[in-house]
Design a protein around this ligand. Structure first.
Ligand SMILES: [Mg+2]
Length: 415
């Protein structure tokens, strides 16, 4: 049997852990730059706010206080996500992390009769430890587990167990084919044209027709609906992001080395936070500067440099020091710069970083201590706004823009 554990209204639930006043209110979380709705509380769903709806369409309702809108705090979501996935791992012999708020639980060797109790324990722990509501569906295949979890959510249940594929019949007769995992809007249009409207219609077709019409992915979905677990996560999910970058345009042209150095340190520290949040380590760092491209009287200058670390790292101190060393090699005195950026690449998952044969015990111990230090710093820095703990190199005074020197609150003045 396979379980799908899925957090309810995840981003909103995360925000509620910091601010209980959001409880029982229509709350939406907005995407980067507050463009559109990326998460809704149940109350916001009932108030008719749509997923992906542009924020300007509900502007008046936000201004009147009817709907509470929050800018996403993705570092917070990442941190809670890691904790939630750790809880899942305690109960399932094997898990496949599917997204920030969802994981498949591979329950090999666990009797079906104890699944409900296990599901209840997971949901209870997620609530007690991190205050996140979670729904869990168990079924013979991943696709059916998703369907069970979905229908539990609709009925306000925490856990559902589907023993046999046939028992899903009443549910899939009512579910639109467009809600079937792996069937996009484009494919569902093609299926409507062939007279397939519900998941049950899909299941009733001959496998040979499905295979001829939708290929191997359609065939897998069909088999899954019939209770055969055959979708591997590798079929649906791409691997880890292979680079991370941070860059900003300055409010004005700047030739002050100390000020630019602080910017580079801030971007490097932000990249490291993201890198640790995705549990990765990098081997290559790059820094670039750019002069103002709108000054036609001067040639555009775009110096850049990279450095390779001997060992993979996600340590803010090591990465910031390296970024400043690179900056020193590319910085040009008396040249006013308008933009700067830092990127990290050659990223691998932390658990794939093997200690070298030549690493001493002391070295490994020191590295472990640094990991704990970074983890602690990340937890303290979770609240939105400028990080509480930062390196001295991230701080300068008397610089243009009158911001506090931290990139998240860095706003170039309007022209
Ligand atoms: Mg979810």
């Amino acid at each position: 049997m396979v379980g799908l554990a899925d957090c309810n209204n995840f981003f909103v639930s995360c925000e509620r852990t910091l601010n209980p006043a959001l409880e029982n209110r229509p709350v939406v979380v907005l995407s980067n730059n507050d463009g559109c709705v990326v998460a809704r509380s149940n109350e916001a769903k009932r108030a008719g706010v749509k997923m992906g709806q542009p924020a300007f369409q509900i502007k008046e309702r936000i201004q009147s206080g009817e709907i509470i809108a929050i800018s996403g705090n993705h570092l917070l979501y990442r941190d809670i996500s890691l904790h939630i996935h750790d809880i899942f791992r305690r109960y399932a012999p094997k898990t496949l992390d599917y997204s920030v708020d969802e994981a498949f639980l591979i329950m090999e060797g666990i009797p079906a009769s104890s699944l409900r109790e296990i599901g209840e324990a997971i949901a209870r722990n997620c609530w007690d430890e991190v205050h996140i509501p979670v729904t869990i569906g168990f079924a013979p295949s991943k696709t059916l587990a998703k369907i069970v979890a979905e229908s539990c959510k609709k009925r306000g249940r925490r856990v559902g167990v589907l023993q046999a594929a046939e028992s899903a019949r009443p549910v899939i007769e009512k579910m639109s084919i467009s809600d079937l995992w792996g069937i996009g809007r484009r494919l569902s249009k093609r299926l409507y044209a062939a007279g397939i409207y519900t998941i049950a219609d899909f299941a009733d077709r001959d496998l040979s027709w499905i295979r001829a019409t939708l290929g191997i992915n359609g065939e897998r979905s069909w088999r899954e609906i019939h209770g055969e677990d055959c979708i591997e996560l590798a079929h649906v999910e791409s691997s880890m992001q292979d680079s991370i970058s941070e860059s900003r345009t300055f409010p004005e042209d700047v030739d002050d080395y100390d000020w630019i150095r602080a910017r580079v340190a801030i971007y490097a520290a932000d990249c490291c936070r993201k890198l640790r949040a995705m549990r990765g380590e990098c081997k290559t760092l790059g820094v670039w500067l750019e002069t103002n491209r709108f000054h036609t009287d001067r040639a555009l200058s775009h110096p850049q440099g990279t450095v390779h670390f001997g060992l993979h790292t996600n340590d803010t101190v090591a990465v910031c020091n390296a970024a400043i060393r690179v900056l020193d090699t590319i910085f040009l005195p008396d040249v006013p710069f308008k933009r700067a950026g830092v990127w990290l690449t050659d990223i691998v998952p932390s658990e794939a970083v093997m200690p070298s044969l030549f690493d001493s015990q002391e070295f490994l111990h020191a590295k472990n201590l640094r990991r704990h230090l970074m983890k602690t710093v990340d937890r303290i820095n979770l609240s939105p706004g400028a990080p509480v703990i930062r390196l001295a190199s991230q701080i300068t005074q008397g610089h243009p823009g009158h911001n506090d020197g931290y990139s998240s609150s860095f706003q170039a003045p309007k022209k």
